[in-house]
Design a protein around this ligand. Structure first.
Ligand SMILES: [Zn+2]
Length: 133
């Protein structure tokens, strides 16, 4: 359910941002409605350029690095809906209270609006990050 609505939201966001270079009130209220606790926080991370995509130099494997509000870097896979942060472990995996955390949401929003900075890193470094996730 949330996943389908999220996909619709991301599609709207993509078109909306491309055409207007800003988000409409409708997109913003859908975001707040779907994610009352993390929606605006996630948007804040995007606005403050906290989202980066790390790409392995030759493997081209990738993951997102999102700097959290406490300046801690967290690593996310958006396709698998996974984040290395404690909130994800507790409220998503353990208690199933939320569909995702604000870092994954920030990565999804940033990706949809084409605002993510890509950074190529050595494959070894990326493997190390993925191993620790
Ligand atoms: Zn997270």
């Amino acid at each position: 359910m949330t996943e389908n609505l999220l996909n619709l939201l991301l599609k709207d966001l993509k078109t909306n941002h491309r055409e207007n270079e800003r988000l409409s009130d409708q997109v913003l209220s859908t975001l707040k409605c779907l994610f009352p606790r993390i929606g605006l926080g996630a948007l804040d991370l995007v606005d403050n350029c906290k989202v980066e995509k790390l790409i392995g130099a030759s493997t081209k494997r990738s993951c997102f690095k999102v700097i959290g509000s406490s300046r801690t870097p967290y690593f996310c896979y958006i396709s698998a809906n996974y984040c290395s942060c404690p909130a994800f472990k507790y409220s998503v995996l353990r208690n199933e209270e939320n569909y995702t955390c604000k870092h994954v949401l920030a990565a999804l929003l940033s990706d949809a609006m084409n605002l993510t900075k890509n950074r190529e890193i050595p494959d070894k470094e990326l493997s190390e990050i993925l191993r620790q996730m």
